[in-house]
Ligand binder design. Structure first.
Ligand code: NAP
Length: 302
């Protein structure tokens, strides 16, 4: 099986590169074809529709795994055209190719497709009401794949973090080096999800012919301030930081951002669990497992 992987340098894409190689030949792509940890990747710019068609025809993949996306949620508000190309038009091209060539598509979407006005977990067929450009373009990407009639799995995930990349975990650890107090939003609720576990679940479901849209997050929920406090308490125990900053919970209105975020974006993952017989670990355990990988090698061996 030939697997075309996009976003190989992203949080989820990098983990997929590692997990999917047991199922076939992974062809990792990045926007500019950059080398990652000494390994080459092929250039594939998802804002260039001709480039996508050219590469698809040249590579002729059996599976397209699309982990690339325009993920800068706030910047998307002023960069609508580019976000639309990458998040909506590119998945549509993948899906169109997949129909013609009998190729399968795996794609990722977001909890931000929902309004956030709820207090029970969102199910796959609940009404979507994206609140910003990023969320809107991601929903269009989902719909293009679903409407195309191709064979697909779409995983909606949330609050993604990993050891590498720009994410909340790394931002908190960086801020902890010089801040004694931090103000963090505590009225947005979601489920922090380790990129590694998204890749693991993708691999576990790969050979299962079930298709459709599935919610995929860690189990349990917290606020951004709860997430931050847990990061600091683990980091202190692992000696990744010397002192935990005090986390002051603030409201969303005290921290205005260009893009509106859902207040409550916990996803109901029971369809994923029942269809694939998968148990999702809780977010605290996965956070600890991820952060254990951050202990410098020298100290780990003692
Ligand atoms: N991060 C989250 O909290 C979150 C939450 C819910 C859902 N998701 C979804 O999960 C999936 C994976 O997200 P992630 O967290 O792994 O995102 P990420 O770390 O930001 O990675 C996205 C990747 O897409 C690449 N990309 C952007 N524009 C591109 C272009 N024009 N051509 C080719 N590649 C391009 C980026 O490359 P560059 O570095 O070169 O820009 C980056 O490597 C996405 O579908 C995202 O919408 C993420």
């Amino acid at each position: 099986m030939k697997i075309l992987l996009t976003g190989a340098d992203g949080q989820v894409g990098y983990e997929l590169w590692r997990s999917l190689q047991y199922f076939g030949e992974v062809i990792p792509t990045t926007r500019k074809g950059k080398e990652i940890n000494g390994l080459p990747t092929i250039a594939l710019d998802l804002s260039d529709m001709q480039d996508i068609e050219k590469k698809l025809n040249a590579i002729q993949p059996d599976l397209i795994c699309n982990a690339a996306a325009y993920t800068a949620v706030d910047e998307a508000e002023s960069n609508q055209e580019l976000a639309h190309k990458i998040n909506a038009d590119a998945p549509a091209i993948f899906a169109k190719y997949a129909v013609i060539s009998d190729t399968k598509v795996i794609h990722y979407s977001t909890d931000y497709v929902f309004s956030g006005n709820a207090n029970t977990p969102w199910k796959e067929d609940d009404e979507c009401d994206p609140q910003g450009v990023y969320a809107h373009t991601k929903l269009l990407g989902e719909q293009a794949i679903i409407d195309s009639g191709c064979q697909y799995k779409i995983f909606r995930t949330a609050w993604v973090y990993s050891q590498r990349g720009n994410n909340f975990l790394n931002t908190m650890l960086r801020l902890a080096t010089d801040k004694e107090q931090l103000n963090v939003v505590d009225d947005q609720i979601g489920s922090p999800t380790w990129a590694h576990s998204i890749a693991m679940v993708t691999a576990l479901t790969l050979k299962n012919p079930a298709e459709g849209l599935f919610h995929l997050t860690s189990s349990g929920k917290t606020s951004w301030s709860g997430f931050a406090r847990r990061i600091f308490s683990i980091a202190e125990k692992l000696e990744l930081i010397s002192n935990s900053p005090i986390v002051n919970g603030i409201t969303t209105s005290q921290y205005p951002t260009p893009a509106k975020r859902p207040n409550y974006s916990v996803l109901d993952c029971s369809k994923l669990k029942e269809t694939f017989e998968i148990r999702m670990p809780n977010w605290q355990t996965n956070l600890q497992l991820c952060m254990q990988n951050m202990i410098p090698n020298k100290r780990k061996s003692n």
